[in-house]
Design a protein around this ligand. Structure first.
Ligand SMILES: C[S@@+](CC[C@H](N)C(=O)[O-])C[C@H]1O[C@@H](n2cnc3c(N)ncnc32)[C@H](O)[C@@H]1O
Length: 257
């Protein structure tokens, strides 16, 4: 009997996420968020990082003295985050398992982040709306919400129906994308070959990840309905973004009471 090599998203990817440098991107987004916060003269003391993954951004915030909670739906990604936190005892950081579409935590923070297109994993309008309502409920008045998304343009033309491969030595992957224009979803079938032991044997496994694209005017409308003002949308360099921008970084704020 052939062994099943298909896994839900991040069950196996969690093992290699940091090893292939995926977490670096969240640190890049965090640096941009920091620059944007300076611009608005905001100095958060408490933060919530939604879809925190392996926790790199939450840990980096905690190292700067920002008390940070990371929330993620994947037990496997959280296990990696907690392992990293255990290596730096005393940092003001904790990790909780939860769904960003419906979470209720006993905290109110002045910054909520969500990096590396995690928001694109929300596939239905009503779930994006529900997520923004949860964000509002956990933000203090005047608090900031900063997140990045793959644009519809990126899912259609960069993911598209393209195949990408990369060889990192101990890990090689093949990412096959399929774009569906009606639902604006990109389905990424990721085939991984990861070194399994010292005999140079490689294990093959597959995860399917689905992302949906949203237009800026839709995101703005859902933010507004949740009681959040969209201040600006920029590209990863901090320059104004539009629909042709591949990655859109949203900066929203809860009005002062
Ligand atoms: C591309 S990773 C980004 C992780 C991290 N933010 C980073 O920048 O490295 C996407 C993350 O979103 C998480 N995720 C997807 N849907 C989620 C949901 N509904 N609620 C919470 N986390 C979710 C996944 O488990 C995964 O850790």
């Amino acid at each position: 009997m052939q062994q099943d090599i298909s896994f839900p998203p991040y069950v196996r990817f969690a093992d290699i996420y940091d090893k292939i440098g995926s977490d670096d991107f969240s640190l890049r987004m965090l640096r941009l968020a920091q620059r944007l916060l300076w611009k608005y003269k905001a100095e958060p003391s408490g933060a919530l990082d939604l879809a925190c993954g392996t926790g790199s951004a939450a840990l980096a915030m905690a190292r700067r003295g920002i008390t940070c909670t990371g929330l993620d739906i994947s037990a496997e990604m959280l296990a990696k985050a907690r392992e990293k936190a255990a290596g730096e005892p005393g940092l003001p950081v904790n990790f909780v398992e939860g769904d960003m579409r419906r979470f209720s935590l006993p905290l109110r923070v002045d910054l909520i982040t969500c990096f590396f297109d995690a928001m694109n994993y929300i596939l239905r309008d009503e779930d994006l709306q529900a997520t923004f309502h949860c964000v509002n409920a956990h933000l203090a008045p005047g608090g900031f919400f900063i997140f990045d998304m793959n644009s519809v343009h990126a899912l259609e033309h960069i993911w598209g129906n393209n195949t990408y491969t990369e060889d990192f030595g101990d890990v090689t992957y093949i990412w096959q994308n399929e774009y569906e224009p009606i639902t604006r979803t990109g389905t990424l079938t990721a085939v991984f070959f990861a070194k399994a032991d010292e005999r140079n044997l490689y294990e093959k496994y597959v995860e399917v990840h689905i992302e949906r694209g949203y237009y800026i005017h839709e995101v703005k409308q859902y933010l507004k309905k949740a009681g959040l003002d969209l201040l600006e949308v920029v590209d990863p360099h901090g320059q104004p973004a539009d629909e042709s921008t591949n990655r859109q970084v949203y900066v929203a704020r809860k009005p002062q009471a």
